[in-house]
Design a protein. Structure first.
Length: 368
């Protein structure tokens, strides 16, 4: 009888505890929904409209129009212009002159799939037949931004992760002054990226510290404006980004190294293992979970590249450093095309999601 009478009491206690827990969580949930979930949903919805920032015009639903412009890609083949005798027309530099691409992309042309698109690059020139292929897109700057973003991530992720591991191994050893080195390596991480970008902007100038340092070593060296040259601008940003963030991931690697039991190292040393075998069979397996965390964090940070580009080059020169996040900001706020900028953000979200799923599949195999 006693047990039967206590059951309703226990249920009421649990119900009261649940209500209390939900009551305590409600302020946080309200903030999350109001400032994270709701803006994301509204932003994604704007991607399907022609919304203009600060415009009195009511936005109209345009369906997939923004996405067709973003992702639309076409190819066409241009024929060389010929002289009356059948030979190819050439310009002053000796290059073959081809048909005017504008005749195919303007309104009313007989190539409706090419109307409104712009050239990305030319390739596959056939000198014998006098033809060349042209790759076109509705928004070439978007494809340059996508290419730059992926290129930045592919370079930064392995180099930054690997260099951070080397530094972690260094400061984890019995090195004199290792605490000093830990501090030096970590200082750039706690410094604002805006401040660091401004400092490196001066370093990369024609009369900056980098050019002067190289000139002191090589008297024949000609100064380079690293940020104004399309061939060097992205590499300059990559170098600065790795330098700034490597200390943070060094600390994470260091934390992983210090969780590996010292007894394992003593055991392999007693078996006569070399330093390489010690690293391969003890250190690397012990850093498995740390590796997964670092891989994810570096990838997300690399794909979200924005501050460095905005301050150092503003996406230039010639879109050589523009990225997806920078494009979304430029279109959405700079040109006030908030609907189009939201569409770019939607595509960026999809890209990050796909890469995250691929990483998850790979790391699951690693965990197994």
């Amino acid at each position: 009888m006693t047990l039967v009478l206590q059951k309703p009491k226990q249920k009421s206690i649990r119900s009261g505890e649940n209500k209390t827990a939900w009551g305590l969580a409600m302020p946080a949930l309200t903030l999350i929904v109001s400032f994270i979930v709701l803006p994301v949903v509204i932003g994604l919805g704007l991607g399907f409209t022609n919304a203009q920032l600060l415009s009195p015009t009511v936005p109209e639903f345009t369906g997939l129009s923004n996405f067709r412009t973003l992702l639309g890609v076409s190819t066409t083949t241009l024929n060389a212009e010929r002289n009356p005798d059948g030979t190819f027309v050439k310009d002053e530099s000796g290059q073959i002159v081809y048909e005017n691409l504008r005749d195919r992309t303007r309104e009313g042309s007989k190539y409706p799939s090419l109307v409104g698109k712009s050239e990305i690059k030319r390739y596959g020139e056939n000198l014998e037949e006098g033809t060349i292929k042209v790759l076109l897109a509705g928004d070439p700057s978007f494809w340059r931004a996508l290419t730059n973003t992926l290129f930045f991530a592919l370079i930064v992720v392995p180099i930054q992760g690997g260099f951070a591991l080397l530094l972690a191994l260094l400061v984890n050893s019995k090195l004199k002054g290792r605490n000093f080195f830990r501090t030096i390596y970590f200082i750039p991480t706690v410094t604002s990226m805006v401040v660091i970008s401004m400092l490196w902007r001066f370093i990369y100038q024609n009369d900056g510290l980098l050019n002067k340092s190289i000139a002191n070593v090589d008297s024949n060296y000609k100064s380079i404006d690293w940020l104004s040259n399309p061939k060097t601008a992205m590499y300059a940003i990559i170098f600065m980004s790795i330098w700034q963030a490597v200390g943070y991931h060094m600390i994470i690697w260091l934390g992983g190294l210090q969780t590996i039991p010292a007894e394992l190292y003593e055991a392999v040393r007693m078996d006569g293992a070399s330093a390489w075998h010690e690293f391969r069979y003890v250190t690397l397996p012990g850093l498995r979970h740390t590796f997964i965390f670092i891989l994810i964090t570096i990838t997300i940070a690399a794909l979200g590249l924005f501050v460095q580009v905005s301050i150092l080059t503003n996406g230039g020169p010639l879109d050589a450093t523009t990225t997806l996040v920078h494009q979304a900001f430029t279109k959405g706020y700079g040109r006030q095309q908030i609907g189009y900028g939201s569409a770019i953000s939607f595509v960026f979200f999809g890209l990050v999601l796909v890469i995250s799923l691929i990483q998850r599949a790979l790391t699951r195999k690693l965990e197994d």
